[in-house]
Ligand binder design. Structure first.
Ligand code: ADP
Ligand code: ASP
Ligand code: MG
Length: 441
């Protein structure tokens, strides 16, 4: 059985819901994981913001805007009065519940319950639509099987055990619909898997039921080997290793978060990224195979990077120096992306500079500090095992006219990163594309 996840953009309107249903009703049993309709999660967060500001009336007023969007979608989605009424009843009930929640004192638990309503709405809408079309479809309540363990991580054993009774192996055409993102926590309260968590739900279910494939459907074309907005000749990336996709996720490519693909990676379940706007396209397959060893798959870039260098004679032959430096970043909850070291200096890059001044003044206790802003990380991803020869040289060759602030290679077998000025980004992406992808054609 396959598990298919459709994001908020893919169920964002009646028209989009119709195309999703057309796409999934192919006569094969499957599990469908849905996000909230696009805009809903943000709108529910705004609802909680009103409550935080002590304005429950504002929250309720805000919710009526959202409700009218649902009313409109219902009008456009259903062709029979029966199902339009069923959907209206359900949506009205959920909105009344939301307004009741607005009268309670705001707590973290209440906030999570409010934010959970979006997925409950979208899944109900789609199931009623499928039933109207006579499709064998069943709504699964994710609270019945999706649960966080005491450590706050999803409980895969619980999921495996509790989803199984809902799946009927005899029903070979049945479509199961469930909510992405939302779950219960260890105490039984409503919780969620954080932003973008629907992808996570899909890979967790995929791993739990040993799905033959998990498909992540979104409204954009799968991965490209370079940024199509900047480089003319890009081509789709048909295949990535799980490690390669993790590297790309860190370096800004809009692709699955590494946490979200981990269950699939561990279970060996292939993940395919597909485009709802172009359903026949092959998409990008992510799995544990290195299909073409030695191949460079993609180039990605991330702007808004700050480089920090600390130079100190004290570092020479000393131990514990790096620990002191890293502790400062830890104290200010700032994550380091790239690191390069020499015998007497360390350069690091960060993408969140909110605590930069504090970090710099702490670092100055240990050495001379220099900061370069408006930098960009360029990340080259593929089979870059150090025993392969030639790839680093080609990447360096492409960068020959571009001032490079840092180079990082060898942290994993799958990437080389360059830190350059933001203003050189387009030039670098084009040069790399030419040298790495086009020269060999
Ligand atoms: P979904 O709602 O399907 O989960 P995503 O979380 O993948 O969608 O993306 C959220 C939004 O970001 C979508 O509106 C999508 O169009 C947009 N987006 C995703 N990837 C890219 C990209 N590489 N470039 C530009 N926009 C993107
Ligand atoms: N609706 C949630 C969000 O916007 C979860 C998801 O779509 O993945 O983050
Ligand atoms: Mg998403």
């Amino acid at each position: 059985m396959k598990v298919l996840k459709f994001g908020g953009t893919s169920v964002g309107s009646a028209e989009r819901m119709k195309s999703v249903v057309k796409l999934i009703a192919d006569g094969n049993a499957k599990i469908i994981v849905l996000s909230a309709m696009s805009g809903t999660t943000n709108s529910l967060i705004e609802f909680t913001n009103y409550l935080r500001n002590g304005n429950p009336n504002g929250a309720c007023e805000h919710s009526t805007f959202l409700q009218s969007k649902y009313k409109q979608t219902i009008k456009e989605l259903y062709s029979t009065e029966k199902y339009a009424n069923l959907a209206t009843e359900k949506i009205d009930e959920l909105f009344s519940h939301l307004r009741e929640l607005a009268r309670k004192p705001l707590t973290d638990a209440l906030e999570r319950e409010i934010v959970a309503q979006g997925e409950i709405m979208s899944t109900n809408m789609v199931v009623y639509y499928m039933q109207e079309l006579g499709i064998d479809s069943v709504l699964l309540n994710s609270f019945d099987f999706m649960r966080l363990a005491a450590n706050g991580e999803p409980d895969l054993d619980y999921l495996r055990e509790h989803i199984a009774p809902f799946i009927d192996p005899q029903a070979t055409e049945r479509i199961y619909i469930t909510q992405g993102f939302i779950c219960l926590n260890h105490e039984g309260g409503i919780d969620n898997l954080q932003r973008g968590g629907s992808d996570y739900t899909a890979t967790l279910i995929g791993a739990a039921i040993k799905a033959e494939e998990v498909q992540i459907w979104t409204d954009i074309d799968g991965m490209h080997n370079n940024d199509p907005r900047i480089v003319d000749k890009t081509s789709p990336v048909r295949h990535l290793h799980f490690e390669e996709s993790a590297e790309l996720a860190y370096f800004g490519a809009k692709i699955l978060h590494p946490t979200c693909i981990l269950p699939a990676k561990l279970a060996g379940t292939p993940v395919r990224l597909l485009n709802t706007m172009d359903p026949k396209a092959e998409g990008t397959l992510i799995d544990n195979n290195l299909t073409r060893p030695g191949e460079i798959k993609a180039i990605a870039a991330k702007d808004g990077i700050t480089a920090i260098k600390i130079k100190s004679g004290r570092m020479l032959l000393a131990y514990g120096f790096l620990r002191k430096v890293f502790e400062i970043f830890e104290t200010y909850s700032t994550s380091i992306d790239m690191i390069c070291t020499s015998e007497v200096g360390v350069s690091m890059s960060i993408d969140n500079d909110r605590k930069l001044d504090d970090i710099v003044s702490e670092l100055q206790k240990y050495g001379t500090v220099t900061v370069d802003r408006d930098m960009c990380i360029i990340c080259i991803v593929g089979d870059l095992n150090w025993e392969n020869v030639g790839f680093e040289a080609r990447a360096m060759e492409a960068m020959k006219d571009i001032p490079v602030r840092m180079v990082s290679y060898g942290g994993s077998n799958y990437n080389i990163s360059f830190l350059i000025k933001e203003e050189d980004k387009n030039r670098a992406l084009r040069a790399l594309s030419e040298t790495i992808f086009n020269a060999k054609k």
